[in-house]
Design a binder for this molecule. Structure first.
Ligand code: PLP
Length: 400
């Protein structure tokens, strides 16, 4: 039977030692060894199943790691204090001075800034490419290239990477294929298409309550162990550790992810279709007019739809700002970055989450100043939401 990420979550059993229906929260930063030799072996990397120190692993973090690795169908996972903690650890684990990365140019602004501004000082350079143009990817690969990096559904332009085609390129050139799946948990299972490493910002849909930052890396046992290695591991040595208490709350929220993802997608699809009918410039991968609709349709676990994000282009940043303020005043959601909350969140990407990308580069990739990214909430009455949204929009722009 093929892998079902929702069943993988549903089937988790985590009774604690006393029969409690949730795993106990581990409240220790250090762990005692019964035998001194076990401690020696653990430090030497010869014993991998012991708890040593909570920066390495802890029982609560391992419960969440186990759940996430099952969801992404990987052998193992490691959780981090943030999505950026996960991304930077993966890159620094895989690239040494002189190495090179080929990355999609439409990625989260923080990831872009890390690759563009931070890594060159360590002699790791990145070529940014249009991830939908396979020829441009092939020609960007150099002998020193180590990583092919993309987001399964890109931020904020919602471009869809053809994961199977990208894997073929990565395999041919012996690159590690790293996919950030933050926008499409459950919707896309990147390992089905050959991803070697899957990253999440848990801050978004997976946690879903906008009360913490968190990150995860899912991959082979060897790779996860290399991240945790006492002598060389980027997770162990850089120290971007998730707190156990947070791991336990994120695990509890993960259990409702399947129904939340369905509702986010259903609401976003409804609104995107309505706005498209009204003649707006709307970008949503679930619309037939979206340039990656066919690729996306072939990659999704269709019971979860096309995701909770779409963009509307209001033309100018002034109109975008006025409409966002109006929508917030009418309690449609919050003028805030991030995504995956029960309320709708909206922000003008060019001047917020993608502001690390220069104005010229934004124009080149099609990110216009009036583009507003919406993370559609779990609104029960989405028709009412649409009516109020239209009132807010009509108040500020001449209607087409
Ligand atoms: N990846 C994507 C696609 C994101 O949108 C974000 C944050 O917005 C991140 C990674 C970074 O995650 P965090 O904010 O948890 O560090």
């Amino acid at each position: 039977m093929s892998h079902s990420p929702a069943n993988a979550i549903q089937d988790l059993q985590s009774l604690d030692a006393k029969g409690g229906v949730n795993p106990s929260i581990s409240d220790s930063s250090t762990f005692a060894f019964a035998k001194a030799q076990d401690m020696t072996d653990t430090f030497a990397g010869e014993k991998l199943d012991a708890f040593l120190y909570a920066r390495h692993s802890s029982p609560s973090n391992n419960e969440l790691c186990h759940a996430l690795s099952r969801m992404e169908n990987t052998e193992a996972a490691q959780v981090f204090a943030s999505g950026m903690g996960a991304i930077t650890a993966v890159i620094l684990q895989l690239c040494k001075s002189g190495d090179h990365i080929v990355s999609s140019r439409t990625i989260y602004g923080g990831t872009y800034a890390f690759m563009k501004n931070f890594l060159p000082d360590f002699k790791v350079n990145t070529s940014f490419v249009d991830i939908t143009n396979l020829d441009s990817i092939k020609s960007a690969i150099q002998p020193q290239t180590k990583i092919l990096f993309c987001e399964a559904l890109s931020n904020p332009l919602l471009e869809t990477a053809d994961l199977k085609a990208l894997k073929a390129i990565a395999e041919k050139h012996k690159l590690t294929f790293v996919v950030d799946n933050t926008f499409t948990p459950l919707i896309i299972t990147p390992t089905n298409f050959g991803a070697d490493v899957v990253i999440h910002s848990l801050t978004k849909f997976i946690n879903g309550s906008s009360d913490t930052v968190g990150g995860a890396v899912c991959g082979s046992l060897d790779f996860i162990n290399s991240l945790k290695d006492v002598n060389n591991g980027a997770a162990m040595l850089l120290g971007q550790t998730m707190d156990s208490l947070r791991a336990s709350t994120i695990l509890k929220n993960l259990r409702t992810l399947p129904i939340r993802m369905q509702k986010h997608s259903e609401n976003a699809q409804f609104l995107a279709e309505k706005f498209e009918k009204e003649g707006f410039k709307v970008v949503y991968p679930g619309l037939k007019t979206h340039k990656s609709n066919a690729v996306m349709s072939s990659q999704i676990n269709s019971e979860f739809g096309f995701g909770g994000l779409f963009t509307l282009d209001f033309g100018s940043v002034d109109d975008a700002n006025a409409i966002m303020e109006e929508m917030q005043a009418k309690n449609l959601g919050y003028l805030a970055v991030s995504l995956g909350f029960y309320k709708t969140l909206f922000s003008a990407s060019g001047s917020s989450t993608s502001s690390e990308i220069t104005v010229e580069e934004q124009a080149e990739m099609g990110l216009s100043e009036g583009l507003v990214r919406f993370s559609i909430g779990l609104d029960f009455d989405i028709e009412r939401t649409y009516t109020i949204m239209m009132q807010c929009i009509k108040k500020h722009i001449e209607f087409v």
